[in-house]
Design a protein around this ligand. Structure first.
Ligand code: DHB
Ligand code: MG
Length: 219
């Protein structure tokens, strides 16, 4: 029935709330044509990141896990002309596709791409200015490491979002014991006793299945 067709449910609300956008549509088509794994955020999630950044006037955004740069482009749209999105990606080919996509969306000037393993590049990263917003959406195995680095790099009052903290329900089901699922559990456990942040999760269902955003405010 249509009640369990999560993609249809998402498209219904999108039809009123998320305006069709030639550039973002073209990015999604390019990702598909290039054979990227279908794991980018959905358009309504991308717009959430955009709205969040707009809401508290984010000028600098940090991203871990670029993929084809779809979420990157949404955040780049949100920051002012002198703002920046710095995004970290392991896979050179993904980076190449992301650069194509940012050209399509006209946001290349607002984005810096750092290629390499974020377990090294992010740890060594020492920018002059802190970030307002971080979006972590890379491998799940190291998401606690990325979260700790994001805490170092984001200012007080800033926000860290982590994608995929539900993972189709796997995180809550102890019979799943792979590195990625355990990586998410390690993050949740660490936040449980972390007095630096105030956090919640926005559990979502839609075209990407059952999943969720962790939302952490740096106190
Ligand atoms: C996977 C990764 C993601 O970032 C996501 O949003 C969904 C799935 C994955 O690696 O399977
Ligand atoms: Mg993700």
């Amino acid at each position: 029935s249509s009640l369990s067709d999560w993609t249809q449910v998402e498209e219904y609300s999108n039809s009123f709330l998320v305006r069709q956008d030639d550039a973002f549509n073209a990015i999604q088509h390019n990702d598909k044509n290039r054979g990227l794994p279908d794991i980018a955020v959905s358009a309504n999630q991308g717009k959430f990141l955009y709205l969040l950044a707009k809401t508290f006037g984010a000028r600098r955004c940090l991203e871990v896990g670029t993929l084809g740069g779809f979420s990157t482009a949404w955040m780049a749209r949100a920051v002012p002309d002198d703002g920046k999105v710095v995004t970290f990606e392991l896979n050179e080919n993904y980076g190449k596709i992301a650069r194509e996509n940012w050209k399509i969306a006209g946001v290349s000037d607002k984005i810096s791409l750092v290629l390499g393993s974020a377990t090294e590049t992010l740890v060594q990263y020492d920018p002059k200015e802190r970030f307002d917003l971080a979006f972590i959406d890379a491998d799940k195995e190291h998401c606690l490491l990325y979260f700790r680095e994001a805490k170092r790099l984001v200012r007080k009052g800033g926000v860290i979002i982590v994608d995929n903290v539900v993972r189709y329900g796997k995180v809550a089901d102890p019979s799943y014991q792979d590195h990625d699922t355990n990586g998410v559990r390690d993050l949740l456990k660490a936040i449980q006793s972390d007095d630096d942040v105030d956090a919640t999760s926005l559990n979502t269902v839609g075209s990407k299945g059952l999943d969720g955003f962790l939302y952490a405010l740096l106190k």
